[in-house]
Ligand binder design. Sequence first.
Ligand code: SAH
Length: 393
Amino acid sequence: MTKMKPCPLQKRCGGCQYQGIPYEEQLKKKEAWVRGLMGKYCKVHPIAGMDEPYHYRNKVHAAFRTDKKGNIISGVYEEGTHRLVPVETCIIEDQLADEIIGTIRKLAKSFKMQTYNEDTGYGLLRHVLVKRGFATGQVMVVIVTGSPVFPSRNNFVKALVKAHPEITTIIHNINDKRTSMVLGDREKVMYGKGYIEDILCGKKFRISAKSFYQINPVQTEVLYGKAIEAAGFTGKEYVIDAYCGIGTIGMIASDHVDAVIGVELNKDAVRDAIGNAKGNKVSNIRFVAGDAGQFMVGMAAEAKRDKSIRLPDVVLMDPPRAGSDKAFLSSMVKMGPEKVVYVSCNPETLARDVDWLEKNGYKAQGVWPVDMFPHTGHCEAVTLLTKTRGKQK
Ligand code: SAH
């Protein structure tokens, strides 16, 4: 590993809680955290860290503001506030993304584009989001404005692509609501296809502006590898990929199982997932748009009425930070999959859900922590649970 990189914004930004702590120590802290929460259930394996834990973020977001001197600044909000900390470079963000955001600051000035004012609701430029497919080199720029107008948009797009020919698509997103959400509902493609692609575990995935995609692709391959290994597929399984995003985990599992059904709330992500199945010629996977909990409740009820309904042998689940919910967990237990592979980005909610599953017919067999977010206090983990009771109570 290269020498620890110091961060000039360490004190104000707050994005990297473990900033300044040697990387090896960060890994030990995270492993101990997971062990503290999960050790009482099962073995906690050594954490998988990164060889080069810098500039790993393939998605970079910057909010825009005009400072008191009239300069356009962009960066992140100081933790817990709406005060903007200007960011020009960052040790975890993709460097090209930061350069593109710097160019947009300059272009906004020369095009006399006003930045959005959160207090008054006036102004135009609110946020920029850059997503980059590390394996394909494709780059998406999303420009979020506070109103639908985009003066000199063609010239703006031309100037941006000229400065960064690596950009493959530019999207204009309109967010005119008083909200802390970055993206609004409406978007127009200004340049290119409107999505980017990336390659993970040998499969190609398209990613839209609003679809979730793991932010550290190097470690995502490690994470998915652990999940597939933990599941120990034989080729015969019927698998649910719950909270599936653009279908990555299920699509990677599809080679090793009989059939997969993915469920995901975000409609754009489901559209990407369906396109991804076609693009990769995966024919044993399908997707359902909706709440994962409701989907499980529906499937369990249908299976109760109709005994010929095929029940899942394995559930792969990867909920957001809040974890899963009782509707999901209790219906899953009713359907009684032999194995549950729980991919979690929050050890606290993981432990809460595993605790419930342990009281309801499952036994945790092992946890594999993966450092997806070096220098931050976050930790990802894969947990394997197996069934201890008979099916269909
Ligand atoms: N497994 C995917 C996505 C994980 S992130 C991957 O590895 O890329 C969690 C996903 O859950 C997001 O795509 C989010 O849109 C989705 N989600 C959040 N709440 C949900 C719910 N109640 N039901 C279904 N999906 C949900």
